[in-house]
Write a protein that binds this ligand. Structure first.
Ligand SMILES: NC(=O)c1ccc[n+]([C@@H]2O[C@H](COP(=O)([O-])OP(=O)(O)OC[C@H]3O[C@@H](n4cnc5c(N)ncnc54)[C@H](OP(=O)(O)O)[C@@H]3O)[C@@H](O)[C@H]2O)c1
Length: 243
């Protein structure tokens, strides 16, 4: 940031749910000026209603991370900012064995997780020393059957961040890689089996439980704000890569 007394200005694409919403909540509580973006105006409005009042300011902008015109418009409306974070993904239908590979669904996932972050890097106007933070995930490191497209997107996202960190300095570019975190995405991934699957993993993890969105948000705040962290993947997975 240029002025340490000014409120942080942060854009969170995916800020209407899960980890992005947890990050928005923490930032508003700390006095930041936050813009949350996502595809659904209703979901954004629900998120705004759920957030605490001040001391920070929150507004929402409808934007699809996979649309270049949406991303240009988003940053046209926000102006200069300090930090950009994306947690955006829609995994509906994409966890499939490769025999059921669906090109449209695969491209939707890759657009949101990999191409979208490149669009953010292209269009965001970030103050010197500010940051971009992308969200990958454990599928890159401990893939299960049916997770090949998500694994590939998450793995490639780290390489995108390394390359952008070199190209965009002093803007810093990092990735946070969550393990299993209890967010609404699990209603799509596992449906009624969600609690059982979470318990099965919790029993194996060194920390004995799955994660909470606020724990990922805390890691995002750490990489955003530490001026010497760039080109890094920070794992927030309760030790899942080790078991
Ligand atoms: N939860 C886990 O266990 C877990 C584990 C590993 C990795 N991750 C990764 O962590 C990230 C966050 O996951 P989460 O669990 O917080 O998910 P979530 O609760 O489902 O939230 C996803 C957010 O992304 C937005 N979004 C989806 N597609 C978008 C698009 N094309 N453009 C703009 N916004 C879009 C959604 O809003 P709209 O639908 O309204 O657009 C929503 O706000 C994801 O990248 C996910 O792959 C999650």
């Amino acid at each position: 940031m240029t002025d340490s007394t000014a409120a942080e200005r942060v854009v969170i694409v995916g800020g209407s749910s899960g980890m992005g919403l947890a990050l928005a909540t923490a930032l508003v509580e700390q006095g930041a000026e936050v813009v949350i973006a996502g595809r659904s105006a209703d979901r954004l409005a629900d998120a705004e209603r759920s957030l605490p009042a001040g001391p920070g300011k929150l507004r929402s902008i409808v934007a699809d991370i996979a649309s270049e015109s949406d991303i240009e418009r988003l940053f046209g409306e926000t102006g200069l900012i300090d930090h950009v974070v994306t947690t955006a993904v829609d995994v509906e239908g994409v966890y499939q064995p490769i025999a059921s590979f669906d090109l449209t669904l695969a491209r939707k996932t890759l657009d949101a997780k990999l191409i979208g972050p490149a669009l953010l890097a292209k269009h965001a106007r970030i103050t010197p020393g500010g940051s971009l933070t992308f969200t990958s995930g454990i599928a890159a490191y401990r893939p299960g059957p049916g997770s090949s497209i998500v694994a590939a997107a998450n793995g490639a996202l780290a390489s995108l961040a390394y390359a952008l960190a070199v190209e965009m300095g002093p803007t810093r570019v990092n990735v946070v890689s969550p393990g299993w975190i209890d967010t609404p995405i699990w209603d799509t991934i596992a449906g009624a089996a969600k609690t059982e699957r979470h318990q099965q993993l919790a029993d194996r993890l060194p920390v004995g439980r799955i994660g909470q969105p606020a724990e990922v948000a805390a890691a995002m705040l750490a990489v955003m704000r530490n001026p010497f962290i760039t080109g890094t993947v920070l794992h927030v997975d309760g030790g899942q890569r080790l078991v």
